[in-house]
Design a protein around this ligand. Sequence first.
Ligand code: SF4
Ligand code: SF4
Length: 367
Amino acid sequence: MEAKYDFERKYREQILQCSRCGFCQAVCPVYGATLRPALNARGKMLLLKEVMDRKIELNDELIESLFQCTTCASCYENCPSGVNVPEILKQVRKDMVHIGSCHPAFRGMNEVLKKHTNIYAENEQEDFDREHNRKAPYVFFVGCVGLYREDESTEETLELLDRLEVDYTLIDEVCCSGVLEDVGYELNEDLARTNMDRILATGAGAVITGCPYCARTFNNKPQYAELKEKGVEILHVSQFLKDFDFGVKTDKVVTYHDPCDLGRHCGIYDEPRETIRKIAPNIVEMSHNRENALCCGAGGGVRGAYPKNSIAMARRRLEEVEETGAEILLTECNSCVHNLSNAKLRKQKFKVYNTSQFINELMETEE
Ligand code: SF4
Ligand code: SF4
């Protein structure tokens, strides 16, 4: 049968490789929150097989299953047949957008980024009372969530860099727009060009970012390849901070949540833990950690499109934090901080921080 969609041309063999073993079910956050087998990776692959067999149409009725995925890659990590579900779904979403079937929240996001410089359509950007666009060895790239929703955490990260006497500049940044590729659209070339021009104009040798998704986008997307070609290194803040000695310690019990974008997608598990061990020797692991960490439920546009389920996913993760008895939950992603903080119940007394924010508070207290 001749392929009708690009996802069939590119991924037919992989979809057929799904043996329906169900190993992905236990690790899929969407399944964990909804208990609906049609929404886990196996359910999605079965649907796509039916589309390839022409038993069902790719249409609006499939939006709920095929667009409800945080792209956490837990299924891929645990799949014995090597089915890369998040990559397959990215192409399926492109095919769906092409035929006019798209979740309205994602269509809206694409429209917003045609007219605005950020995913929230905000007009005023926090300037953190720091210099922008100057010549410096480092650019600190904040990212949309850190600029518009978790600006207090960003302020503390910048204070930490100041304490460590890092010579960085901010830039008038715009959304990296990598998320558009997850939800069926193309990365916005104009936004990418703006970011690159502003980064290159500073003469910086490295970009440090607090957003693992921005780091992935700058490192991997061809639209940003010029940065590396011109010798600009891209570092997540956890990589940058791992060699510093902070000279402070807490005896509080601390646990660490691996963000999907930093862990499974970039393979960065050790650096954040090395830093935490220096400042919080009482670090305990949650039952799902590193490659098997549970997703916080924010990724892949799910927080905007399916807010109730997104919060339910975060609550499952927070239950694991509670089980450890930790007083502090550290992570390395503003999006995770945002979702986990919003989902935290009053009775859950632990506090949620980005690691850099927490270190800054410790240093401030010692002064
Ligand atoms: S783990 Fe892989 S092979 Fe098994 S059901 Fe899930 S997607 Fe299919
Ligand atoms: S990427 Fe994550 S959310 Fe999406 S199907 Fe796989 S396990 Fe579920």
